[in-house]
Every structure is written in structure tokens, then in C-alpha cells.
Design a protein around this ligand. Structure first.
Ligand SMILES: [Zn+2]
Length: 393
């Protein structure tokens, strides 16, 4: 997010937060017997719906019925019955390679394909969803809004928070005021810790392996270090990932939990496979080759005969072109043609590799196959030009 966009987002947000009045931040959770929604909440929910429509219109919401069904099943397994009778939880997916998830107060939780692709199993997913759903049941957005409004310095610190947010990508412009608050700035440390504690309690009660909870953060941190990447905006910016990890570790230490809870590694990987593929595709597009390679290899463990995954992995090697990469590129691209001999783009990539290697005959053959399977290709004239040059030289 550029400073200019950030500032532009901030102006309506300040107006929306309002400056008048001192309201109670001591609000009962939705599961409490004396829970009463307040008028302000109804207004917030209407804004949520508008923002969610805006997100839907932005085409960033990723649609895959099987994936949605799976995520919603896990969410309902984690969320206690008494909360399910009060809120209609729904998990949606955003097609974005950055690791993030956020919850709107009207019980819609958005999970990025990027974080689905990086988590290892259902127990980690249960940790993530538990945390996000606890923000909803414990009315954190309203509490945070009131807290900021009651505190004169609050708005300044919120502005400072937004100022330190790393790049969110094109998503930032599609998120509205509330989405920005939930997704980018996060909540105060106390509310984040409360969401950790409640979400953890729920996932344990649902039978998941609590020892998987801190691993969610261990892996995210290791990945960031490996890529020398800035802190992601996952779960908002406070507390930092390391704090979150130690919070889950102390929850674990306090409970003396038995081993042997539900983990579901294979079921998870298969269910989120479309997100793994999609994230790898976006990683390749952005030149994050190591991540794309890792993602595609994981995808191919699930679908070892996927032609499109072989093609993309071949493309990772062809585009990176480092060390043994070209050898590997040809290996995966040629396997891709065997898995789906009509996949035109694969032949184009093979043609380019051979052309660079000065193997004119092989390059010509590959380009001809490309045009055979994609006779209407946009780059047809370029390719015909290549073939003519290869014939002349
Ligand atoms: Zn959070």
C-alpha cells in the first residue's frame, strides 16, 4: 500500500470512527445469556455487507465449492454449538499469495489462498479459524472502535499502525474501512491475546492436537526468514508473530495436554490443493521461484499426474534458469506433454528452451506442435516468425 492510498483510506475511517461520546468497551460475547446487540452494531453490519459486496465485485474472492465446504465444515467443528446458534459463520477465500486471514464482525471470515497453501494440516487451520471466529463472538471490532474513540491518542496510534503495514498488494484498494481494520491493522494486543486464548480452547475441545498451534507461527517465521521478507500482516500487526508463537506455547505449557489429538495432514492437503496450486501460480508470476517450486512439489505429491502442475514446475525452472534448471525444465515440460499432449503452451516453452540451446530442429518441432494445438494463439505470428528464422539459419 502506498502512503497515498493509506492516507486516502484513513480519512473516511476517521470519519467513520467518529469522535464523540464515551461508550462502554465491556461488551458481553454473543454466547453470553445477557448478550444484547447494540444499534451501532447493526450499522457496522450494514457497512460490512457493503464492503463484502465490494470484495465480491473485485473478483478477488476465490470460488471453489469443495474447498469452501471443507473450510466451513472445519469452522463448525471448532465453533461451539452455543455460538453457532447466535452467529452464522461463513468462511470465504481470497485469491492472494500473502499469508493472511481476517474476520468481519458479521461473521464472515476471509482466508487467503496464500495461508491455506502454507499451513500443514487441519489442526493448524483449526487454530487459525478459532482465532478469527473468536474476534467475531467476542465483538472485537466494536470493542476496538469504542476503545479508539474513547482514547484521544487512539486515532494517532492507529494511524501509526497503518503506517507500518507492509505491502498488501492490490487487495488494499478493494478492502473497505472495516476490512482494513480487521485485516491490516489488527486489534490491540489484549484483544489478539483474547482471540488466541479462546480459539485455542475451542480447537482443543474439538479434539485437535494443541501441539500444532504454535507450529503455525514457527513455519510462517521460518519462511519469512528464508525469504528475508518483512513481517506479514497476518493477524494484524500486533502482537508480532514471535509474540503470538510464545503465547500459544505458554497456553500449551499451562495445560499439560495429552498427545494424540486430530491432525489430519493428508485430508487437509487434498482439500486445500486448489489453493496450493493457485498460490504457486501467483508465486511464479511474481518471480518467487523457491516458493513456487515448493508449492508445486507439494501439489504433485497429491496429484502426481497433473499435467498443469508439471508444466508450471517446468516454467519455474525455465524462467529461473540457474544451475541445473534448464535440465529440470525440459524434464518436467516433456512429462507435461505426456500427461496432456494437447496442452499447447507446454510446447511453446519447450520451443523456447531449444531455441536458446541452438537446437533448431527440436525448437521448430516444438513450435509447430504449439500452433497445432493452439491454431488461434495470439502470438501465432511471432511463433511463425521464429519457425521461419529457425529454417533459414
Ligand atoms: Zn487477530
Amino acid at each position: 500500500m502506498t502512503p497515498r492510498i493509506r492516507f486516502a483510506l484513513l480519512i473516511p475511517l476517521l470519519a467513520f470512527l467518529g469522535l464523540a461520546g464515551c461508550a462502554s468497551t465491556n461488551l458481553q460475547p454473543v454466547t453470553s445469556s445477557d448478550y444484547q446487540p447494540v444499534a451501532e452494531e447493526h450499522r457496522i453490519h450494514r457497512v460490512c455487507e457493503q464492503e463484502q459486496q465490494q470484495l465480491a465485485d473485485s473478483e478477488m474472492v476465490y470460488h471453489n465449492q469443495k474447498l469452501s465446504d471443507y473450510l466451513n465444515r472445519v469452522a463448525l467443528r471448532v465453533l461451539p454449538d452455543e455460538a453457532q446458534s447466535r452467529i452464522a459463520i461463513e468462511i470465504l477465500v481470497i485469491n492472494n499469495p500473502y499469508s493472511n486471514a481476517f474476520a468481519y464482525p458479521n461473521a464472515k471470515v476471509y482466508v487467503h489462498t496464500g495461508i491455506l497453501a502454507r499451513m500443514e494440516n487441519e489442526a493448524q487451520l483449526a487454530t487459525l479459524l478459532g482465532h478469527e471466529m473468536a474476534h467475531v463472538t467476542h465483538r472485537h471490532l466494536l470493542r476496538e472502535r469504542r476503545h479508539l474513540r474513547n482514547k484521544a491518542a487512539g486515532l494517532a496510534s492507529f494511524k501509526a499502525t497503518l503506517g507500518s503495514v507492509p505491502l498488501v498488494g492490490e487487495l488494499s484498494s478493494a478492502l473497505g474501512e472495516l476490512g482494513t481494520m480487521a485485516s491490516v491493522s489488527g486489534y490491540s494486543r489484549d484483544l489478539e491475546t483474547e482471540a488466541d486464548n479462546i480459539g485455542f480452547e475451542w480447537m482443543v475441545a474439538a479434539g485437535y492436537d494443541p501441539y500444532e498451534s504454535p507450529k503455525l507461527f514457527t513455519h510462517l517465521m521460518a519462511e519469512m526468514e528464508a525469504e528475508a521478507q518483512a513481517e506479514p500482516f497476518f493477524f494484524g500487526s500486533h502482537p508480532k508473530l514471535a509474540d503470538r508463537q510464545s503465547n500459544y506455547q505458554s497456553l500449551l505449557a499451562a495445560g499439560a495436554y495429552p498427545r494424540g489429538g486430530t491432525v489430519k495432514r493428508e485430508i487437509y492437503a487434498k482439500a486445500v490443493a486448489p489453493a496450493i496450486y493457485e498460490t504457486a501460480r501467483l508465486d511464479l508470476k511474481a518471480g518467487r521461484y523457491a516458493k513456487a517450486e515448493k508449492g508445486l512439489k507439494r501439489y504433485m505429491q497429491i496429484y502426481p499426474r497433473s499435467g498443469r502442475a508439471h508444466y508450471l514446475l517446468g516454467e519455474v525452472y525455465r524462467q529461473r534458469n540457474d544451475g541445473n534448471d534448464i535440465h529440470n525444465a525440459l524434464k518436467y515440460l516433456s512429462r507435461a506433454t505426456k500427461l496432456n499432449r494437447k496442452h499447447a503452451e507446454v510446447y511453446r516453452s519447450i520451443g523456447i528452451v531449444y531455441m536458446n540451446q541452438q537446437d533448431k530442429q527440436a525448437a521448430r518441432r516444438a513450435f509447430r506442435s504449439y500452433l497445432k494445438w493452439a491454431p488461434q494463439a495470439m502470438d501465432r505470428e511471432f511463433i511463425l516468425d521464429y519457425i521461419r528464422q529457425l529454417e533459414q539459419e
